[in-house]
Design a protein around this ligand. Structure first.
Ligand SMILES: *Cc1c(COP(=O)(O)O)cnc(C)c1O
Length: 392
């Protein structure tokens, strides 16, 4: 039996044609397609500006830099995320801390955030930036988190790597109504892909200028930003230390073409989730709960195996499904458990919900093209030794 992966890309003939067209054109990079892709995503999200880069990791890094994160600063994020949400602060020399997750959404808990801010305020060490992560596409309670950012004076980057195409209180994720910058990933397992790629969107004209400069070595061609008048028309200045984080036109062409089907992808993901809901009704498997303010991008479908509810432990169920060809996954190992982070003084007891989550979560396959038969197979494999096989 071949493996059913947890996620995979959807590539059409139009996608292939769009990429080939760039290959036959004059510009493989720094041509017209990257700005076209940026415009398309910004207008889809209802944001004023966008900066395309070679990964969401790069986008998170230059977003932190643009907000002035540096040595001695503090950045907070969720422990239930990919390591990149925390690493971006480390690249800037800042310290990282984590806010425990909500028991229903598995996103950063607003209550824990408020408590932690109050303590940090009294201790005189507030975060400069907080990075809420929209896990599985479900949007964090941005309204409340934004209110806390005003009260305590920190900036906000939404890690929306899972969430393009989703909405919060009726507005597209990426509108940046409640944050300074929102970041998307276009890795092939995500909702739309460019192969590798990412984007930062914002409504702030200064932040976009800074991020665009940091994406390309810290170089400017705007005389207004230079320390002296240009020596000639060839002139440019490197005014700070940036990187080569540029996206190519080849990648952007795939992105432009994928944007055509973004809404369709989201609808299909919702249809798949609804079928799982039905299949898992009246079983001991805990299904994902959706906050009414959020319309999820549904990048992931995460269920929980509560220890005493099922025959077989979480680990046994996971290993058996993998052995039987279902590419289940676990999103994520709490970041503070990673060896790189372990020596920085985090205590597992400070994150009881993240710990409980880590002992129970399993990501089931979800991607456009996953068939009802395959879903039936996934659920059968999930439930087989639990005594619930009779429902099939
Ligand atoms: C995938 C992912 C990233 C990193 O994305 P890349 O484009 O692979 O760099 C960051 N944060 C989260 C939550 C992700 O899932």
């Amino acid at each position: 039996m071949s493996l059913i992966p947890y996620g995979r890309q959807n590539i059409s003939e139009e996608d292939i044609r769009a990429v080939v067209d760039v290959l036959r054109s004059d510009y493989l990079t720094q041509g017209p397609v990257v700005p076209a892709f940026e415009k398309l995503v910004a207008s889809y999200c209802g944001a004023a500006h966008a900066v395309a880069v070679n990964s969401a990791t790069s986008a998170l890094h230059i977003a932190c830099m643009a907000l002035g994160v540096g040595p001695g600063d503090l950045v907070w994020t969720s422990p239930i995320t990919f390591v990149a949400s925390a690493n971006c602060a480390r690249y800037c020399g800042a310290d990282v801390d984590f806010v425990d997750v909500d028991p229903h959404t598995y996103n950063m808990s607003v209550e824990r955030l408020a408590e932690k801010l109050e303590l940090a305020s009294r201790a005189g060490r507030l975060p400069k930036v907080v990075i809420p992560v929209h896990l599985s596409g479900q949007v964090c309670e941005m309204d409340a988190i934004h209110a806390l950012s005003v009260k305590y004076g920190f900036r906000l980057i939404e890690d929306a790597s899972h969430a393009i195409g989703g909405r919060y209180k009726g507005k597209q994720v990426g509108s940046c109504d409640y944050s300074d910058i929102t970041v998307f990933s276009f890795h092939p397992v995500k909702i739309i892909t460019t192969g590798e790629g990412g984007m930062a969107v914002t409504n702030d004209a200064e932040l976009v200028k800074r991020m665009a400069r940091l994406r390309s070595h810290g170089i400017t061609r705007y005389p207004s930003e230079m320390t002296q008048p240009p020596d000639g028309s060839w002139y440019y200045q490197q005014i700070e230390l940036g990187y080569n984080y540029r996206m190519t036109d080849i990648h952007a062409a795939l992105g432009v073409s994928q944007m055509e089907r973004l809404d369709q992808f989201i609808e299909e993901r919702h249809a798949i989730a609804q079928r799982y809901e039905k299949l898992l009704e009246n079983t001991p498997v805990r299904r994902p709960w959706q906050h009414p303010d959020s319309y999820s991008g549904l990048h992931l479908y995460i269920v929980r195996i509560e220890q005493d509810a099922m025959k077989g432990s979480h680990r046994e169920v996971f290993e058996r499904m993998r052995a039987e060809g279902v590419g289940v996954n676990l999103h994520y190992i709490p970041v503070y458990r990673q060896p790189y982070y372990q020596n920085m003084g985090y205590r597992r007891e400070d994150f009881p919900e993240a710990e409980r989550y880590y002992g129970e979560a399993i990501t089931l396959p979800i991607y456009p093209g996953l068939t009802p038969d395959q879903q039936g197979e996934v659920v059968r494999r999930l439930l087989t030794p639990s005594g619930y096989q009779t429902i099939f």
